[in-house]
Design a protein around this ligand. Structure first.
Ligand SMILES: Cc1cc2nc3c(=O)[nH]c(=O)nc-3n(C[C@H](O)[C@H](O)[C@H](O)COP(=O)(O)OP(=O)(O)OC[C@H]3O[C@@H](n4cnc5c(N)ncnc54)[C@H](O)[C@@H]3O)c2cc1C
Length: 480
C-alpha cells in the first residue's frame, strides 16, 4: 500500500458507489461524464474545486478538428481525414501514435457534431489574421503550421482550429456549455471532493477511490472503472523540476490550481507508465501583427532557426529545446513593427556588426546570416527555410534592432503535454504495455497525441475525444 493507492481489504466501507467514477471535471472529465450518462450508466464525477471547469475554462477554447467539418466547409475550405492525418503524423514529434491519430482524424467530423449537440456554438467565419484564438467571435483559424514549410508540402493545408463563438478566450464558454450538458445529463456531480488515492481490489483491479470532502475522508466504489481526468502538472514545482526542467524556465505557466499532477502520481503509484513527461506546449508569441514575419528569427550564435511564419508553438519549442532558449527577432528600420504582446528590445545598432557585438554573437555570424538571407530574399526566395514569399524582404536599412526572444528575458507560455501512457481506448498502460485493470485516463492526466509538435487545439481536442472513448471502454470492459 502507498499513500496514493489503498488496498480494498483495508477499506472499512464504501460511502457511495457508481458504475464509472470520473475524477476531475475539466473538458476531459465533462466529455467522459457525458458519454457515460448518454450510455445510461450510473456515473459519478468528482471535482476538487467548488465547480467544474479547470484549466479548460481558462483556455483559448480552440479545438483541433478537421477532415471536412461543416464549419470548414461553410468557410470554404476542403479537408479530408487523410490530409489531417498526414499533417499530424509529420508534425506531432518523432514518434507519434499512428493508431490514435488515425482514430482522431477519422472520427473528427463526428466529434464536431457531438460538441455541437452539447450546445457548443461555432460561427462559420474564418479569421485570417493570425493563429490561435481570434479577438472576434469567428469560428475557424489556422492553429498550427499547416500552411507553412515544411508541412504545406506534406499535406494539403486546411485551418483546423475550431473556436466556440465568443470574442477572445473561448474556454469559458466551452466549459459553460459542457457543464450545462453534464447538469442536464442525469450524471451525478460532487464538487469540493478531492481524490486522494485509488482503491485496488484483491485481483489488482482499480475499484474506486479515497476522497476528502468537507474535511471528511471516505471511499467511493466504482464497479466498472475509474477515469482520471485531473489535468497536467504545470503547477507542481517539484514534478516540473524533476520531469520537465526546461518548461520550468518559461515565465508564463498558466493552468488552474488543479494542475498539480495528482492524478498522474496516483496512476504511477498504481503501476502506470508515464509518457513524454518532459514535453510541453511552449508558445513564443511574436505575431500579431503578421508584419512581424518580415523579421528574422536567430539563435544566440546569429544563425537562423526556422521559417518565421511557423506556428508560435514551433518557434518556442525550437528555441527552447534546440537553442538553449536563446533567440532574437531581427529587424531593420523598414520592417520594424511593434508586436502586440510586448517584447523587450535586446539591442539596436547602426550596423549589423554593432548589433551582433551588442548581442554577444560571434564576429561575422549575424552579418553572414543576414547577407545570405538578403541575397535570396531580393529574388523572393528562401532556400534555407522556405518562408512564404510575401514575408521575404531584404533587411538593409539601418538602424537594425533585435527583440528579445530569450526564455529568461521574455514571454514563453508553457503547459505540460506528458502524462500517463494510455491506449487508444484510454486504458492506462503499465511499463510492459498491459492495461492497469479498471483504470483509464484522458486529457492532460494522459500524454497528448502531440509531444512535441503541438498545435493549438490538440489538447482540448484530444482531451474531449479520447475521454469519450475511455468512458465507453470503461463501461464495456468493466462489465461483470
Ligand atoms: C492560457 C491557456 C490557453 C490555452 N488554450 C488552449 C486552446 O486554445 N486549445 C487547447 O487545446 N488547449 C489550450 N490550453 C491547454 C488546455 O487548456 C489544457 O491542456 C486542457 O484544458 C486540459 O484539460 P483537462 O480536462 O485534462 O484538465 P483541466 O481542464 O485542468 O481539468 C482537470 C480538473 O481536475 C480537477 N482535479 C485535479 N486533481 C483532482 C483531484 N485529485 N481530485 C478531484 N479533482 C481534481 C481540477 O480541479 C480540474 O477541474 C490552454 C492552456 C492555457 C493555460
Amino acid at each position: 500500500m502507498s499513500a496514493l493507492v489503498a488496498e480494498a481489504r483495508d477499506v472499512a466501507s464504501f460511502a457511495d458507489e457508481c458504475e464509472l467514477l470520473v475524477v476531475g471535471l475539466g473538458a476531459a472529465g465533462a466529455a467522459a461524464t457525458l458519454e457515460a450518462a448518454a450510455a445510461g450508466a450510473d456515473v459519478l464525477a468528482i471535482e476538487r474545486a467548488s465547480a467544474g471547469g479547470g484549466t479548460s475554462a481558462l483556455s483559448g477554447g480552440v479545438l483541433y478538428l478537421g477532415g471536412g467539418t461543416p464549419l470548414q466547409k461553410e468557410c470554404g475550405f476542403e479537408d479530408s481525414p487523410e490530409a489531417m492525418f498526414d499533417y499530424l503524423m509529420a508534425s506531432c514529434g518523432p514518434a507519434p501514435d499512428a493508431e490514435k491519430l488515425r482514430l482522431y482524424c477519422q472520427d473528427s467530423v463526428d466529434h464536431y457534431h457531438w460538441l455541437v449537440d452539447q450546445g457548443v456554438p461555432f460561427k462559420p467565419v474564418f479569421y485570417p489574421h493570425y493563429s490561435g484564438e481570434p479577438p472576434t467571435d469567428d469560428g475557424l483559424v489556422y492553429s498550427g503550421t499547416e500552411d507553412a514549410w515544411p508541412f504545406d508540402r506534406i499535406a494539403r493545408p486546411a485551418p483546423r482550429g475550431h473556436v466556440p463563438q465568443i470574442p477572445g478566450q473561448a474556454g469559458g464558454l466551452l466549459m459553460q456549455k459542457l457543464l450545462a450538458a453534464v447538469a442536464a445529463s442525469g450524471a451525478r456531480v460532487r464538487n469540493d471532493t478531492r481524490c486522494l488515492a485509488l482503491v485496488r481490489g484483491a485481483s489488482g483491479r482499480i475499484e474506486g477511490a479515497l476522497v476528502r470532502s468537507a474535511g471528511r475522508d471516505e471511499a467511493l466504489r466504482a464497479r466498472r472503472g475509474v477515469v482520471l481526468c485531473t489535468g497536467g502538472f504545470v503547477n507542481d514545482p517539484a514534478m516540473l523540476r524533476r520531469h520537465a526542467p526546461l518548461l520550468a524556465r518559461c515565465k508564463f505557466r498558466v493552468g488552474a490550481e488543479g494542475d498539480d499532477g495528482s492524478g498522474i502520481r496516483m496512476g504511477m503509484a498504481a503501476g502506470a507508465a508515464p509518457l513524454n513527461l518532459a514535453m510541453g506546449s511552449i508558445s513564443l508569441p511574436v505575431t500579431p501583427p503578421k508584419a512581424m514575419l518580415k523579421g528574422l528569427f536567430v539563435n544566440g550564435r546569429g544563425q537562423r532557426i526556422l521559417n518565421e511564419d511557423a506556428y508560435m508553438g514551433r518557434l518556442g519549442e525550437h528555441a527552447l529545446l534546440h537553442h538553449e532558449g536563446r533567440a532574437f527577432w531581427i529587424h531593420d528600420d523598414a520592417t520594424f513593427v511593434r508586436p502586440d504582446v510586448p517584447r523587450p528590445v535586446a539591442a539596436a545598432g547602426d550596423t549589423l556588426e554593432e548589433l551582433e557585438r551588442e548581442l554577444g554573437m560571434p564576429d561575422g555570424s549575424l552579418q553572414a546570416t543576414v547577407a545570405l538571407y538578403n541575397r535570396h530574399a531580393a529574388r523572393g526566395e528562401d532556400p534555407m527555410f522556405h518562408k512564404r514569399a510575401k514575408w521575404l524582404v531584404p533587411l538593409e536599412r539601418p538602424p537594425f534592432g533585435a527583440l528579445d526572444c530569450t526564455v529568461d528575458g521574455s514571454l514563453y507560455a508553457a503547459f505540460t503535454l506528458g502524462g500517463l501512457h494510455t491506449s487508444p481506448d484510454g486504458e492506462v498502460l503499465a511499463a510492459d504495455g498491459a492495461p492497469v485493470p479498471g483504470l483509464y485516463a484522458a486529457g492532460r492526466a494522459s500524454a497528448c497525441i502531440a509531444a512535441p509538435g503541438y498545435a493549438s487545439g490538440l489538447s482540448l481536442g484530444d482531451a474531449t475525444f479520447f475521454a469519450r472513448r475511455a468512458s465507453r471502454a470503461g463501461l464495456e470492459r468493466g462489465r461483470t
